[in-house]
Design a protein around this ligand. Structure first.
Ligand SMILES: *Cc1c(COP(=O)(O)O)cnc(C)c1O
Length: 410
C-alpha cells in the first residue's frame, strides 16, 4: 500500500507484548479472522476440556459428576472468572442461559427496584434483542419504553431503568460508561449495561462504576464457542431485593427440598434457573484460561493500535468510496472498525474468498472486529491490502458476490 509500508506493521508485531497469546488459539492457517466480535476463535485448551467432560465425566462418572467433577458449581465458578474480566468482585456474576434470557432477568429485576416509576429507556440503535426484550418487559410491567440516543440522554424523574450497550454493535462506538452511570444514578434510576461487545476487549470496572446490573455473552471476545451461555451481573447491594422473574428450582434456597413455595437462595445463586448446559459451560471455563497472565491494559492498548492502523489504511481508500464510520478518538471506540461502502456486502464476500473474514451489516457496513489476543498488525495490513486489491480490480463486482440473502446478525 503506497501510503503505509507493510514493514510498519511488521515492526509493531515485533514489539507486541501480547504476541505470545496467539499460540493459545487454533486459528486456521492462512485465515485472517476479523469476526471475533461475532464468534470468537477456538482456544486451544477447549477441545481437551470438552472431550474430558464427555468421555470421563459423563461417560464414566455419570451422575456423580454433579459433585465429583464440579458441575453443580459451574455457573458461579465460571461467573466469578468472567467477573474478574469486568471488574466484579466474586459472588456477583452468574453464568447461564442466553444473553436474551439474562436481559429479561436483569431488566425485570431492575424495574422492580423502582416500582413507583413507569419508564424504561433504551437506545434506538441497540441490538434488536435488547430492544425486543425492553418492549416485552415494558408490556409485562406496564412501563412506557422510550428509545433514545445515548449521545443526548436525558433521564427524567419517571425513569426506572436505563439499558444500553456499552459498544454500538454496528458502528463500534463506545459510550462513556462512567458518565452515563453517574447521570442515571443522579436521576434516581438504575442502569443495566449490555457488555456483549465490551467484555474481553475493554477494561470495564462494574464495581468501580457502581453499576446496578449487567449482561454479556461469552461467544464473542470471550471465545466460549457457538451458543455458549451468557452471564448476569447483579451488584451485591441489590441481590437481596432483586425480584428475578425466572424462578427455577436451581435458584431456590433449598433446591433439593423439591416442594413448597419458592424462596430465593442467598446471594447470586438466586439467579440460577434450571439445569445449566454443562458441556458448553465447560468449554467457556477452558476458554477463559487464555486470559491467564494477560494484562487488560495491554489488550486495550493493542485493540486501539490495531484500530488506528486499520483506520489509517482505510483512509487511503477513500477515493474508492470507502468511509470510516467508527469514531476515530480512542475513548469513543470499542474493538471493531466499521467501514461504509455502497457495495459493502459484495466487498465482504470478495474478502472471504481471499481468506479475510469480516462481516456485513445492512445496509452498507463492512464490520471488522479486532481481537487483540489472536490478531497481528500484519493481519490487519494484509486484510486491508486485500481490500485495496479488490477495490482496484473491481473483483467484488463479479456475479458470484451478488447479494442473494441477508446475513445473520450478532
Ligand atoms: C451478541 C449480542 C446479543 C446476543 O444475544 P443472544 O441472546 O446471545 O443471542 C445481545 N445483545 C447484544 C448487544 C449483542 O451484541
Amino acid at each position: 500500500m503506497a501510503h503505509l509500508d507493510r514493514a510498519v506493521a511488521e515492526e509493531q508485531d515485533a514489539r507486541d507484548p501480547l504476541a505470545f497469546a496467539r499460540e493459545r488459539f487454533s486459528v486456521p492457517e492462512g485465515l485472517i479472522y476479523l469476526d471475533g466480535n461475532s464468534l470468537g476463535a477456538l482456544p486451544s485448551g477447549v477441545r481437551a476440556a470438552v472431550l474430558d467432560a464427555v468421555e470421563r465425566q459423563w461417560g464414566q462418572d455419570l451422575i456423580g459428576s454433579w459433585n465429583g467433577n464440579g458441575w453443580w458449581t459451574l455457573p458461579e465458578r465460571v461467573g466469578d472468572r468472567i467477573g474478574a474480566l469486568v471488574g466484579a468482585a466474586p459472588g456477583q456474576v452468574l453464568c447461564g442461559d442466553s444473553t436474551s434470557v439474562q436481559l429479561f432477568q436483569a431488566l425485570t429485576a431492575a424495574a422492580r427496584l423502582r416500582p413507583d416509576r413507569r419508564t424504561l429507556l433504551t437506545d434506538a440503535a441497540n441490538f434488536p434483542t435488547d430492544q425486543y426484550l425492553s418492549d416485552a418487559v415494558g408490556r409485562l410491567l406496564g412501563l412506557e419504553v422510550r428509545r433514545v440516543d445515548p449521545a443526548d440522554l436525558e433521564v427524567g424523574p419517571d425513569v426506572a431503568v436505563v439499558t444500553l450497550s456499552a459498544v454500538d454493535y454496528r458502528t463500534g462506538r463506545l459510550w462513556d460508561l462512567e458518565a452515563i452511570t453517574r447521570q442515571v444514578h443522579a436521576a434516581g434510576a438504575v442502569v443495566v449495561w449490555d457488555l456483549c461487545h465490551a467484555a474481553g476487549v475493554l477494561p470495564v470496572d462494574l464495581d468501580g462504576l457502581g453499576a446496578d446490573a449487567a449482561v454479556g455473552c461469552t461467544y464473542k471476545y470471550l471465545n466460549g464457542g457457538p451458543g455458549a451461555p451468557a452471564w448476569l451481573y447483579l451488584a451485591r447491594r441489590h441481590q437481596r431485593a432483586a425480584d428475578l422473574p425466572l424462578t427455577g428450582w436451581m435458584g431456590r434456597a433449598d433446591p433439593f427440598g423439591l416442594a413448597g413455595a419458592y424462596t430465593p437462595a442467598e446471594g447470586m445463586a438466586r439467579a440460577r434457573i434450571g439445569t445449566p448446559p454443562v458441556l458448553s459451560m465447560v468449554a467457556v471455563e477452558a476458554a477463559l484460561e487464555v486470559w491467564d497472565g494477560v494484562d487488560p491494559a495491554a489488550v486495550r492498548a493493542k485493540s486501539l493500535a490495531l484500530g488506528e492502523l486499520l483506520i489509517t489504511l482505510a483512509d487511503g481508500l477513500r477515493a474508492h468510496g470507502l468511509t470510516v464510520v467508527t469514531p476515530r478518538e480512542g475513548r469513543h471506540r470499542g474493538s471493531q472498525v466499521s467501514l461504509r461502502h455502497a457495495r459493502a456486502y459484495e466487498l465482504s464476500q470478495a474478502l472471504i474468498a481471499r481468506g479475510v473474514v469480516g462481516d456485513f451489516r445492512a445496509p452498507d457496513l463492512l464490520r471488522l472486529g479486532l481481537a487483540p489476543l489472536y490478531l497481528s498488525y500484519t493481519d490487519v495490513w494484509d486484510a486491508m491490502h486485500a481490500l485495496e486489491e479488490i477495490l482496484t480490480t473491481k473483483e467484488h463486482e463479479a456475479p458470484q458476490y451478488r447479494r442473494s440473502q441477508t446475513s445473520v446478525v450478532t
